[in-house]
Design a protein around this ligand. Structure first.
Ligand code: PEP
Length: 251
């Protein structure tokens, strides 16, 4: 039985004190969510990771990126040992904004995922097609490459640590969310690919939908068989909105 997961991606938002304020309030959110077997977490900027982790150690906390090398001449980057030093065990990999603005490819995602798993960490791997790809009807081809290349070296025994997020690029931050039918169709397809690669472990891997998820539509997605939660940008930034997301899932 896969536990539901609501995960906030804060992107480049919140100062350290704003992040701390949320983390304090999140104790009550965590209590509410765990009563209903829902996991919750957030991905703050690197500069707030430590504050959020210290303020609410029980909240799942992810970095938004990492480098695959343990150290070296990579100006501006943050390594996995540095994250571990802060107690961070989870990292978002391949978010579409990183693919678009920072040239991340399926291959570099694969290198990061391998490095995370070698350190017993959890990659939250994002996949999804652009509007042009969606309109051409090649969504599944794009997802196929992202999954097969990004997860090429993952060993069967590590696969259960993975979390996948299907985020159609055209729905991120646009208010144009994918229908629940599209979300289920693609999440189910992802699970089939995972089954080909890892066998029955695929039943344990959580697959999230992301893209303009709001309190009003979150339940529609979570009721789908292969959608195990949501990766949420804008609607995860305010405590009230996050609380509403949880409340609308459990009602
Ligand atoms: C995201 O940043 O991953 C995301 C899905 O953003 P939003 O919910 O704002 O569309």
């Amino acid at each position: 039985m896969r536990r539901k997961l609501l995960f906030g991606n804060w992107k480049m938002n919140k100062t350290r004190s704003e992040a701390e304020e949320f983390a304090l309030a999140s104790k009550e959110l965590l209590e509410l969510a765990s009563k209903h077997n829902i996991d919750i977490g957030v991905a703050p900027t690197f500069l707030s990771l430590c504050k959020v982790k210290k303020t609410n150690p029980d909240l799942l906390v992810a970095a938004q990126n990492c480098h695959y090398a343990p150290s070296g001449a990579f100006t501006g980057e943050i390594s996995i040992p540095m994250l571990l030093d802060y107690g961070i065990k989870m990292v978002i990999i391949g978010h579409s904004e990183r693919r678009t603005y920072f040239n991340e490819t399926n291959k570099t995602c694969s290198m990061k995922i391998d490095a995370l798993l070698a350190n017993d960490m959890i990659p939250l791997y994002c996949v999804g097609e652009t509007l042009e790809e969606f309109e051409k009807g090649i969504t599944k081809d794009v997802i196929y490459d992202q999954i097969k290349v990004g997860l090429a070296n993952v060993k069967k025994e590590d696969a259960s640590k993975l979390i996948i997020a299907y985020e159609p690029v055209w729905s991120i931050g646009t208010g144009k969310n994918a229908s629940k039918e599209i979300a289920e169709d693609i999440c189910r397809y992802i699970r089939e690919l995972l089954r080909e690669m890892f066998g029955d472990v695929s039943d344990d891997i959580r697959i999230l939908y992301g893209g303009s998820v709001k309190p009003e539509n979150v339940k529609d997605y979570l009721l789908q068989e292969d959608v195990d939660g949501a990766l949420i940008g804008g609607a995860s930034l305010k405590v009230d909105s996050f609380r509403q997301l949880i409340n609308n899932v459990i009602e």
